[in-house]
Design a protein around this ligand. Structure first.
Ligand code: NAP
Length: 254
């Protein structure tokens, strides 16, 4: 079911492809004007064209920006409010994972970068959205976490620790920003995007078979949940992290 976002303005970060793009499409389908951002200017412009083709009459603004940059985040929020007049829904979707393996060997520069983008960048967008609109008018924020933030993986450990921090940030912010602003998170397991390719490319059937639902996630599985949490239908839900994992954590493993 498509949620109603008529008259609302949404910002989705990391949205040139994958989960972010599907979220932007779902919000646009519901009638929201949507700003999308990611680093590569040509790809974010192409993504905006795709959204306009997918959703007739969609109002889409594409702003190239690195979520890890203070200046870029400020520019994205400034241009959103300038173009559309408000900022009602923020989806912190950008997430990076440049390092794998034992934490004892982790490159600290890479770990710092993970936290800077996945956690500090998300908080930076929250601060800007509040100042620009939400503190006065209210709003809804959804952070894209991961099952790796809820359970140890042994492999994507620094990334998992950053997503755990994002989940804690979600609860803290929910407490501090209510009742005007709701803050929730979602925790997906493996979703078929470029980001996760190396986790399933070698043998997708074998990976999918470990899930009670016997398939991997699609970006739309996450997008529909995000749209629900961002919508008025979820008006008494805040501080929550909802798993969207095909049942993976119910099996007791990750
Ligand atoms: N796919 C999964 O299995 C899975 C599972 C759990 C959680 N997640 C989370 O879901 C979110 C989206 O992942 P995805 O799978 O959709 O990834 P994806 O398909 O690789 O897309 C990532 C998007 O983020 C942008 N991006 C990357 N680094 C950025 C930065 N520093 N600043 C701004 N934009 C940036 C990319 O464009 P540019 O490269 O042009 O910037 C692209 O638009 C992430 O937070 C990820 O941690 C994914």
């Amino acid at each position: 079911m498509t949620q109603d976002f008529k008259g609302k303005v949404a910002l989705v970060t990391g949205a040139s492809r994958g989960i972010g793009h599907a979220i932007a499409a779902e919000l646009a389908r519901g009638g929201a004007a949507v700003t999308i951002s990611s680093r590569k200017p040509d790809q974010i412009a192409a993504a905006a064209d795709e959204l306009r083709a997918l959703v007739p009459d969609a109002r889409v603004l594409a702003v190239p920006a690195n979520t890890g940059s203070d200046e870029d985040r400020a520019e994205v929020v400034r241009r959103t409010v300038e173009e559309f007049g408000s900022l009602d829904v923020l989806v912190n979707n950008t997430g990076i994972n440049p390092t794998y393996g034992p934490l004892v060997d982790a490159d600290l520069a890479a770990v710092r970068k993970i936290f800077d983008v996945n956690v500090v960048g998300a908080l930076g967008y929250v601060q800007l959205a509040l100042k620009a609109w939400m503190a006065e008018h209210g709003g809804s924020i959804v952070n894209i976490a991961s099952v790796a933030g809820l359970r140890s993986s042994g492999v994507i450990s620094a990334y998992g620790a950053s997503k755990a921090a994002l989940i804690r940030l979600t609860e803290e912010l929910a407490w501090q920003l209510g009742p005007g602003v709701r803050v929730n998170a979602v925790a997906p397991a493996v979703v078929k995007t470029k980001f996760a390719e190396m986790l399933y490319n070698a043998d997708e059937d074998a990976v999918a078979n470990r899930y009670p639902m016997k398939r991997l996630g699609a970006p739309e599985d996450v997008a529909q949940l995000v749209a629900f949490l961002a919508s008025e239908q979820a008006s008494w839900i805040t501080g929550e992290t909802v798993r969207v994992d095909g049942g993976m954590l119910a099996t007791g493993s990750l």
